[in-house]
Design a binder for this molecule. Structure first.
Ligand SMILES: C[S@@+](CC[C@H](N)C(=O)[O-])C[C@H]1O[C@@H](n2cnc3c(N)ncnc32)[C@H](O)[C@@H]1O
Ligand SMILES: [Zn+2]
Length: 366
């Protein structure tokens, strides 16, 4: 177990769960000669844990801040962690090294946009890029203008915003990766305590880059009914709401591909007690493991409110949908949300507990 002294560097205990997930993932994937770049090291806690618990022996840690660099260096020595520790920015390092890394961790203050282009320069085919964003107010639509400016995407600011926020973040990485001829696959995507964390696998090749771009697109959302539709593609087409017929506003671009690789989730779940995760965090991993991996979900309280009916628990709705042969699961993005392949009529029927109806009058005048 790493023993870290904070000194004057930044160390957030709340981020332990996200560090645990990352360490568990590296432990599952790293080979002895795998190279790891902890590009925003702070105290060095991540890099040191990748070495001690993840088994990654070829470790480089960067921090542009002098105090943080000194802290990472001190902590590496006191934890018998062999690492190259540099007082350099990602940008300076990426432009002066020939090294290419198997794992790259970027955990800055705020958003990821200033780092991605340079980080891609030290990536290679198969690199796992592990990104944290704490600019959730931007990605989740509280500061829509900033999201458009920084991520080139119009964000949602409603019950879907944490999922769409992480999809906007991934879309940004996909766009920059494509410029450098990398395709992107999302391996792990986590929303936890106002953090958005994604582990992405890069694959070299222009066809792979184009294929990743084809997994991006738009979300149409009806503010009156809460119905939405996801549409992959470069140009969005206006859509009418299935509930009220109104033209739905369009949001995006964002990643509309898968958020998880099942094997990675199973690997993390298998190591959760070794990582000392709490019960809440273990449940979070379990929810991700069981989550239907499709864009977006329905918040049941939002739906019942809009339908002017008494609230119902998501478990009952899930059971009723499954009984009718649909896929339906909980989601990490909303405790009261469900992901399903059911259509609007089947969803309404499952919420009201009645048989499937073809019209949705309760929503039409909502
Ligand atoms: C949120 S802290 C890192 C926390 C650490 N990863 C952990 O898990 O505790 C962000 C660190 O990134 C460093 N940083 C910010 N911009 C940087 C850049 N361009 N290059 C390298 N380090 C940078 C900051 O000095 C700070 O120490
Ligand atoms: Zn509508």
């Amino acid at each position: 177990m790493a023993r870290i002294s904070q000194g004057r560097a930044f160390l957030n205990p709340k981020a332990k769960f996200l560090r645990d997930i990352s360490v568990a993932f590296v432990a599952a994937r790293a080979k002895r000669n795998s190279s790891v770049l902890d590009a925003t090291a702070g105290t060095g806690i991540r890099g040191i844990r990748y070495f001690l618990e993840g088994g990654a022996r070829n470790l480089t840690m960067l921090d542009m801040n002098r105090s943080a660099f000194a802290s990472a260096k001190r902590n590496a020595a006191s934890n018998s962690t062999k690492a190259e520790v540099l007082n350099k920015s990602i940008q300076e390092f990426a432009n002066t090294t020939d090294d290419r890394f198997d794992f790259i961790d970027v955990d800055p203050f705020g958003g990821i946009t200033p780092y991605i282009y340079d980080v891609m320069k030290v990536a290679k085919d198969g690199t796992y890029l592990m990104l944290t964003a704490t600019d959730t107010a931007v990605l989740c639509g509280a500061h829509a203008a900033a999201c458009i400016r920084l991520y080139g995407s119009k964000p949602l600011h409603n019950e879907l915003c944490h999922e769409t926020g992480i999809r906007i973040m991934i879309n940004y990485a996909v766009g920059v990766a494509a410029q450098l001829n990398f395709g992107v696959e999302a391996i792990l995507s986590v929303y936890y305590a106002h953090y958005l964390r994604a582990v992405l696998r890069l694959a070299h090749g222009s066809a792979k880059a184009s294929s990743s771009i084809s997994n991006t697109g738009y979300v149409h959302y009806c503010n009156a009914c809460g119905f939405w539709e996801a549409e992959k593609g470069i140009i969005p087409h206006q859509r009418a709401c299935r509930g009220c017929g109104a033209t739905m506003p369009t949001y995006g671009r964002m990643w509309l591909g898968q958020l998880y690789e099942r094997k990675a989730l199973a690997d993390v779940a298998g190591r959760s007690s070794a990582m000392g995760m709490g019960a809440v965090e273990e449940r979070h991993v379990e929810t991700m493991l069981n989550e239907y991996d499709t864009p977006l979900f329905y918040s049941i309280p939002r739906m019942t409110k809009r339908m002017h009916i008494a609230s119902v628990g998501p478990s009952g709705v899930i059971e009723r949908l499954k009984a009718k042969g649909h896929v339906a699961t909980r989601t990490q993005f909303d405790d009261s949300g469900i992901k399903t392949n059911a259509d609007a009529a089947a969803l309404i029927a499952a919420i009201t507990g009645r048989g499937t109806r073809t019209r949705t009058p309760a929503l039409a005048d909502a």
